[in-house]
Design a protein around this ligand. Structure first.
Ligand SMILES: [Zn+2]
Length: 85
């Protein structure tokens, strides 16, 4: 099932206080806004910052589905004492 709605956290651009979480259609998602939002912490209108709510969770979930990363091997023919001399 495709995700059609996302949660956007609106927070104060000055102090980072979380103002509210809004649900919006993904198609209409705008993370960049020039709107101002009333910050109860600053007691003033501040430029709002938007971020996806629960993004960290979704990233973790994604990473679990990735194949395990294979550590990069050093080049076997590369002399390790190259920097000497
Ligand atoms: Zn603030």
């Amino acid at each position: 099932m495709p995700i059609t709605e996302v949660n956007i956290v609106r927070s104060c651009g000055e102090c980072g206080t979380e103002i509210e979480t809004v649900t919006t259609k993904k198609d209409n998602m705008m993370l960049f806004s020039k709107e101002q939002v009333w910050c109860p912490q600053c007691q003033a209108d501040r430029p709002e910052v938007r971020d996806l709510a629960g993004r960290r969770y979704s990233i973790e979930k994604e990473q679990q589905s990735y194949p395990k990363a294979v550590p990069a091997k050093p080049f076997p023919n590369q002399p390790s004492e190259l920097s000497k001399g």
